[in-house]
Design a protein around this ligand. Structure first.
Ligand SMILES: Cc1cc2nc3c(=O)[nH]c(=O)nc-3n(C[C@H](O)[C@H](O)[C@H](O)COP(=O)(O)OP(=O)(O)OC[C@H]3O[C@@H](n4cnc5c(N)ncnc54)[C@H](O)[C@@H]3O)c2cc1C
Length: 447
């Protein structure tokens, strides 16, 4: 299936009717019933007009892309679209071509191979003359003489560099978190480890009640494990939901026979040879053969920082995705624009495209991608987009519709303009709501 899709992705996009998946940001032919990348159905697709470019600047430059995630690969594609003669090298410490990272938690126990979820297959890179250097860890960047150095001291020169090293899972400093049966999911190798342990797993504790933690909890529940979610905050999905929606989600989780505990301060992960449980500060103990940590991510900024590139929590970029150092651009989970980094797939795609285009000499401006999330699991669906009352400096007007105890809608307005939406249960309005946020729809046009 993936092979066919990739061809559709790359052939004559301009002459076909296209759609964009609002879940993962992928663009493809409108005849598809499900998204070829993340697998959601067509209720998640919005019409898409492909912006083709006439910009061309053929040069002999060396474009070096650090990181082969979706940001890096989109940057590479944007460069080749504008420059037929340059060299493009993309490097990664992972041993495989760019793959669909969001699928990791959604296919946790299905033993999926990276090839099956590859964003593009090998022939796409050959066709676009993009060289992949895999299994190679980058060690430093010399911004003065414009080269990078690998762990084995080999160097590569660049004319323009795209820094797209993504992020890593944040592992809270919990005693016992270095044990083999404690896993944070970022790479396909993490999922592989869970697959290997699976036959001996009965009790699972997930540390973190955000969307990825809950996705993982549901996958483990589906294969018959006893699952407990421990969340340090006083609500679930604290970033995306408000109090009311968080409480409703809690009820839904209980109905799915998954236990969860809020305000859970972890004391330690216990077990001698193997993990046996997780202990809280208040003395409660939860049995576990596997602990999945899902406590957010941290941008990979260390190499940038040591090289003298300006960073905050992520690498600071302007609307062109330029960093503070000339000829170095940044994009994806490692970059922040106007202080924002949602660390989501569609944002990485958009930032990557803008970084690549501008590095190639074009003049694109990044438009902030709204923070959006969908969750399918626990016998429900959930959609959240935009600002759901999180900015203390703003005054919100809200409208709440409780259809029944499994279906819920909440709308946030600022100055009469829709800024955020939460849908639980029936999410078929999510495409319309994505467009409503983009269009800045007013209250009277909504109800
Ligand atoms: C399990 C999971 C589920 C997710 N689900 C969703 C979802 O449902 N929806 C959504 O919008 N987003 C989701 N995300 C987030 C989304 O996957 C990321 O926002 C996106 O993949 C970021 O892409 P990137 O290119 O910026 O970085 P990455 O994909 O992290 O790519 C960076 C690459 O650089 C490599 N690298 C790092 N350091 C070095 C080094 N020193 N030397 C060489 N290579 C290096 C890394 O190994 C990696 O291959 C999910 C993420 C995870 C982990």
């Amino acid at each position: 299936m993936m092979e066919e899709n990739k061809q559709v992705n790359n052939e004559n996009k301009g002459s076909r009717k296209l759609v964009k998946c609002i879940v993962c940001g992928e663009i493809f032919d409108s005849s598809y019933e499900i998204c070829p990348v993340c697998g959601v159905d067509k209720s998640n697709f919005i019409p898409y007009v492909l912006e083709t470019t006439d910009f061309k600047k053929n040069t002999e430059e060396y474009f070096l892309i650090l990181g082969n995630g979706v940001a890096g690969v989109n940057a590479a594609a944007a460069i080749r679209e504008r420059n037929d003669t340059c060299s493009i090298v993309i490097l990664s410490n992972e041993p495989v071509l760019c793959y669909n990272r969001p699928m990791l938690t959604k296919s946790l126990v299905t033993k999926i191979e990276p090839k099956e979820i590859a964003v593009y297959d090998k022939s796409w890179y050959e066709e676009h003359r993009i060289i992949n250097v895999l299994s190679t860890n980058l060690n430093s960047i010399n911004i003065k003489d414009k080269y990078v150095v690998f762990d084995d001291n080999k160097k590569i020169l660049y004319s323009k560099c795209i820094y797209a090293l993504g992020a890593e899972c944040f592992i809270p400093p919990i005693k016992g978190s270095d044990k083999k049966e404690v896993i944070a999911i970022r790479r396909y190798t993490d999922v592989k480890k869970i697959g290997e342990l699976l036959p001996s797993i009965k009790n699972v504790v997930v540390i973190g009640g955000g969307v990825l933690g809950l996705e993982a909890a549901w996958e483990m529940k589906k294969v018959g494990c006893n699952v407990t979610v421990l969340e340090v905050a006083d609500k679930l999905m604290v970033r995306q939901l408000d109090n009311e929606a968080g409480e409703l989600l809690g009820e839904i989780i209980k109905d799915a026979d998954i236990k969860f505990h809020l305000n859970a301060n972890i004391s330690k992960i216990i077990g001698e040879d193997k993990v046996t449980g997780v202990k809280l500060d208040d003395g409660r103990l939860f049995l576990a053969d596997l602990v999945i940590i899902s406590s957010g991510v941290r941008s990979n900024i260390e190499l940038a920082k040591s090289a003298g590139i300006e960073v905050n929590r992520s690498i600071i970029v302007n609307e062109k995705m330029e960093t503070s150092v000339s000829d170095i651009y940044a994009c994806g989970d490692c970059a922040e624009y106007k202080g924002l980094n949602y660390a989501i797939w569609p944002q990485a795609i958009e930032m990557g495209k803008v970084a690549g285009a501008n590095a190639a000499g074009d003049n694109l401006t990044y438009e902030i991608v709204p923070a959006a999330l969908t969750f399918h699991g626990m016998n429900t669906a959930l959609f959240s987009i935009g600002d759901n009352g999180k900015d203390e400096t703003l005054t919100y007007a809200t409208k709440e519709i409780r259809v029944d105890n499994r279906n819920y809608e909440k709308y946030y307005f600022v100055d009469n303009i829709l800024v955020g939406v939460i849908l639980i249960g029936d999410t078929k309005k999510m495409v319309d709501m994505t467009m409503a946020i983009q269009e800045k729809r007013t209250y009277d046009k909504m109800f």
